[in-house]
Write a protein that binds this ligand. Structure first.
Ligand code: COA
Length: 445
């Protein structure tokens, strides 16, 4: 069977940075530790006035194609996943293709282009679409370009303002991939939920506390569904477990729930029984509330054990490094988490080829998806080529007044004079409006 998966990745961050404990928390009269300890965030990325989902996506894709020596003729499909689209008809992928055609020889006239929407899970769904297209034998030897790009901005003073971010991840999906091969097995947890939505509005309506609960409930369903096709999972089977990361504190909760589920009826539960007892079983309780309370207590005790903490430090913590510095990138977040884990392996000289990852994606509205990935021999070279650390270093650090101004500059309901805080270099920039209200772009050398 053809091996299909992620052959290359490039990450592009918005060029501005907001220091959350240092700048945002004091201005809001909040304790900085809400950010560092509670949400697990140090800073978030923001787009400068000349950046948007097209420039960030095109810049990530440009770097990827340039580095891999690709031309448009090598790409048979361009899918963009976003929940920040500005057009209900013309897909963002056409804008990005237009940008790329300005700098590469040839065109994408025979590539299938589209846009995927299902909140933050759409990035993984686009990877899936590409996988299916290749496995169906319809790709004519060509690869697919998947771009997850978002400006995750919330209305001022919404609780979500704490978890903003902006950036793009471009992925090349191909046969015989260099980074990871995707499992055929997948699990879904999907239900009609009202936790986060944008009914014809730029900034989301969010029930933040509910979205946390829905994330956990759908993720548990997806894990159970995955196990029903792939067989029982065991924590020792996976080197890293990248989750969708709206903020690292969310993953702390998801990891505890996931670990509790996968150790049930295993040697790990047996080993820990002397210390914290066995997991509560529903049949031992008269009502649901008592069972849930006992489960909550067991989970809290579990996360205090050395056993759990060692697993968390090795398997989950490394997936969160980039996220702590960039905030929520919506569709790109789980793909940033994977890249972060692989960077950790590279820095620590871990021999990962042949090892497995378990990937948990989530989108509000709501759907979770779980699948496994097998790391391929070429992962080192690909991950070693990432420039995200340099990009993060180069970001311009915003004062609170500048943050307010840049938030206004990106607010579609406000008409404000914008000044650039950074100087674009070797990247695509927004270049004003066309006669039909289309957005225009150009490449700055
Ligand atoms: N020191 C240590 N921890 C602190 C703290 C302090 N001084 N102040 C707060 N915290 C902790 C809280 O206990 C909480 O952690 P917990 O959930 O483990 O208890 C965390 O920091 C966040 O604080 P909270 O008061 O709940 O923040 P909030 O009311 O601003 O809301 C969200 C947080 C996530 C609900 C909000 O940012 C939001 O709506 N985000 C957008 C939606 C989202 O990302 N959902 C996730 C699923 S997709």
């Amino acid at each position: 069977m053809t091996s299909v998966g992620i052959d290359a990745i490039e990450i592009w961050t918005g060029n501005l940075e907001l220091d959350l404990p240092g700048t945002f928390a004091p201005a809001k009269g909040e304790d900085p530790e809400k950010y560092t300890k509670g949400l697990g965030l140090q800073s978030s990325s923001f787009p400068d006035s000349y950046e948007d989902i097209v420039t960030m996506g095109a810049n990530a894709a440009y770097r990827l194609m340039d580095r891999k020596g690709l031309e448009p003729v090598d790409i048979g499909r361009i899918d963009v996943a976003t929940e920040s689209a500005f057009d209900n008809s013309k897909p963002v992928s056409t804008y990005i293709a237009g940008c790329l055609e300005d700098v590469f020889e040839g065109d994408f006239h025979h590539a299938n282009k589209g846009e995927r929407k299902f909140a933050c899970v759409a990035g993984t769904q686009s990877v899936d679409d590409a996988y299916n297209w290749i496995r169906a034998g319809r790709n004519r030897g060509r690869a697919a370009l998947v771009i997850a790009t978002d400006t995750a901005l919330y209305a001022r003073d919404d609780p979500g303002e704490a978890t903003q971010g902006a950036g793009a991840v471009a992925m090349l999906i191909d046969e015989d991939p260099n980074i990871v091969e995707l499992s055929t097995e997948q699990g879904y947890g999907s239900a009609d939920e009202t936790d986060f939505l944008k009914p014809q509005q730029q900034f989301p309506s969010v029930d933040g506390k509910r979205s946390v609960q829905v994330y956990l409930a759908r993720m548990r369903e997806a894990l159970e569904d995955y196990e029903s096709v792939a067989g029982d999972t065991h924590p020792d089977n996976f080197s890293y477990i990248p989750f969708h990361t709206p903020f690292p504190g969310m993953v702390r909760k998801a990891a505890a729930l996931g670990y509790r589920n996968v150790i049930r009826d295993t040697d790990v539960e047996d080993t820990l029984a002397d210390e914290i007892g066995r997991q509560p079983r529903p049949e031992a309780f008269g009502d649901d509330d008592a069972f849930l309370e006992a489960t909550k207590e067991y989970t809290e005790a579990l996360t205090e054990t050395d056993h759990y903490q060692t697993w968390y430090e090795g398997t989950i913590e490394p997936t969160l490094t980039i996220s702590r510095s960039v905030g929520n990138w919506y569709t790109g977040s789980v793909h940033v988490a994977r890249a972060s884990a692989l960077q950790h392996a590279l820095e620590n000289d871990v021999d990962l080829a042949g090892e497995k990852l378990l990937v948990g994606s989530y989108g509000s509205g709501a759907q979770a998806e779980v699948h496994a990935e097998t790391v391929r021999d070429g992962w080192r070279e690909e991950i070693g080529a990432l420039s995200i650390d340099d990009q993060l270093e180069r970001r311009y650090s915003l004062s609170f007044a500048e943050y307010e101004a840049i938030h206004d500059a990106h607010n579609h309901d406000k008409d404000v004079e914008t000044t650039e805080l950074t100087t674009p270099e070797h990247e695509f920039v927004f270049d004003g409006w066309g006669r039909m209200g289309e957005r225009k772009y150009r490449f700055v050398e």
